[in-house]
Design a protein around this ligand. Structure first.
Ligand code: FAD
Ligand code: PYC
Length: 415
């Protein structure tokens, strides 16, 4: 077929259909961005894409109900007292956003900076925590060292008897740390994103990721049909490897059950969050009055949303030793979530080897606190097509270059 400049113009103005060989083999993109996973991170990403980057043709696809994954199952500890500069930067970015999130979303996320206290039970642990305190301060992150009696003054029910099997030698306290209402975070971001034009599609499981012959993504296959997209962002904690395998990308992740449990509700008794790495337990009190207790991960990989009861039992023994007065409480319910864990226990955020495909995963046992910051910088990364400076160190590429972050010891308990 031969064309003159006039016939080209005629096609462009619209009178005549484009010749077959000029048509794009790809379907017309229905969405600029499709986000897989309506947890806090996926919803926050959608919100900031629309709010800060004007990208509103966004769909968030969720196989269950929004916030029904780890976001609605976690123990809501928020803190930014991480050792490494890279980690301090992203978690502190998140903590600053937490401080004004309720106003930003006009939704009460019940962020309560009541202080997070991490107990040291050995000389070595005390030295490690003091190192954290100094490193945090150098990064502009608040953290302070408390003696056992100062820890007790901050948290009166704490048992600081030297006769404990694991005596308390001191504690690191981040006063700006605290808790928030997990569901409210998902709902607040969902409502905010939806008001800006984002579609949130529940009961819509992604079963495939489709790519153009030249490589880039162009659609996802779902239980509700094919949905075309220019960019696809995977934020499917616990199942990231499964979803990315649909695009031929292999991820350095393992999935583990992590569980938590709550007691019957009681009047306010515990004023802060207390965590102990050594004895695998952490505890806070929800606004409903329940004591919220978290355990360690199970010792083996699994997709079961329930942890082993022996793990919970071990945790309860530890809690009762730290807080003897809680021994008489009854437990109300327990549940589990599936967390995905990287070899260096730091998240993976950014581009993938597939053009147009982005990933945000590997938060393991500690991603709730990162939700606002993660969504904020991930949205910028997707919008610009290049890593936001805060996420650059968390690229998938680090497993090839060996530039690992190694933040394992920052986990709440020895996860
Ligand atoms: P999720 O909320 O899990 O969202 C991912 C979504 O993807 C899910 O809703 C899932 O259904 C969906 N999905 C998966 N596959 C598909 C598919 N094929 N198609 C469509 N949708 C799909 N972190 C803290 O900072 N502090 C804590 O105190 C804390 N405690 C925790 C306690 C427990 C018991 C657990 C389980 C986790 C805890 N965490 C904590 C970790 C934290 O919950 C997670 O890191 C964080 O919530 C991850 O958020 P997300 O939005 O990435 O994932
Ligand atoms: O990372 O702070 C944390 C945490 C608490 C419970 C689970 N993870």
């Amino acid at each position: 077929m031969r064309f003159s400049i006039f016939s080209l113009l005629r096609h462009a103005i619209g009178g005549t259909p484009w010749p077959e060989q000029w048509r794009s083999p790809e379907p017309k993109a229905a969405y600029d961005v499709v986000i897989i996973g309506a947890g806090g991170h996926g919803l926050a990403t959608a919100y900031y894409l629309a709010r800060e980057h004007g990208i509103r043709r966004v769909a968030v696809l969720e196989r269950g109900w929004l916030g029904g994954g780890n976001t609605g199952r976690n123990t809501t500890v928020i803190r930014s007292n991480y050792l490494r500069d890279e980690s301090a930067a992203i978690y502190e970015h998140a903590l600053k956003l937490w401080e004004t999130l309720a106003q930003e979303l006009n939704y009460n996320v019940m962020y309560s900076p009541r202080g997070v206290m991490m107990l040291a039970h050995s000389v070595h642990e005390a030295q490690v925590f003091k190192r954290h305190v100094h490193a945090n301060r150098l990064n502009g992150v608040d953290n302070e060292w408390l003696t056992p009696s100062e820890a007790k003054a901050f948290c009166p029910p704490l048992n600081i008897s030297p006769d404990l099997r694991y005596p308390i030698l001191g504690a690191a306290l981040q006063r700006r740390g605290g808790v928030a209402r997990h569901d409210a975070v998902a709902w607040g971001y969902a409502r905010g994103a939806n008001a800006l034009g984002v579609d949130i599609i529940q009961n819509c499981e992604v079963t495939g990721i489709s790519r153009m012959p030249s490589g880039p993504v162009n659609a996802v296959e779902t239980t509700r049909g094919r949905i075309a997209a220019r960019k696809v962002a995977v934020v499917a904690a616990g199942h990231t490897s499964v979803v990315l395998a649909m695009a031929g990308v292999r991820m350095p992740l393992e999935s583990y059950p992590l569980q938590a449990l709550v007691s019957e509700p009681v009047k306010p008794v515990l004023p802060c969050v207390v965590m102990s790495n050594s004895i695998h337990a952490y505890i806070s009190q929800s606004d409903k009055g329940e004591l919220v207790i978290g355990a360690a991960t199970d010792a083996y990989v699994s997709y079961s949303q329930a942890g082993g009861l022996h793990v919970a039992e071990h945790t309860l023994e530890a809690i009762c030793e730290l807080f003897p007065t809680f021994r008489r409480l009854r437990m109300l319910r327990n549940w589990g979530g599936i967390v995905d864990v990287t070899p260096d226990r730091s998240p993976i955020i950014g581009l993938t080897p597939v053009p147009g495909l982005y990933v945000n995963c590997g938060w393991g046992t500690g991603g709730f606190k990162a939700t606002p910051g993660s969504g904020h910088v991930f949205a910028a990364t997707i919008a610009r097509g290049e890593p936001h400076p805060i996420v650059a160190p968390f690229a998938l590429e680090r497993f090839r270059t060996g530039a690992l972050i190694d933040e394992a010891a920052a986990a709440a308990v020895a996860h």
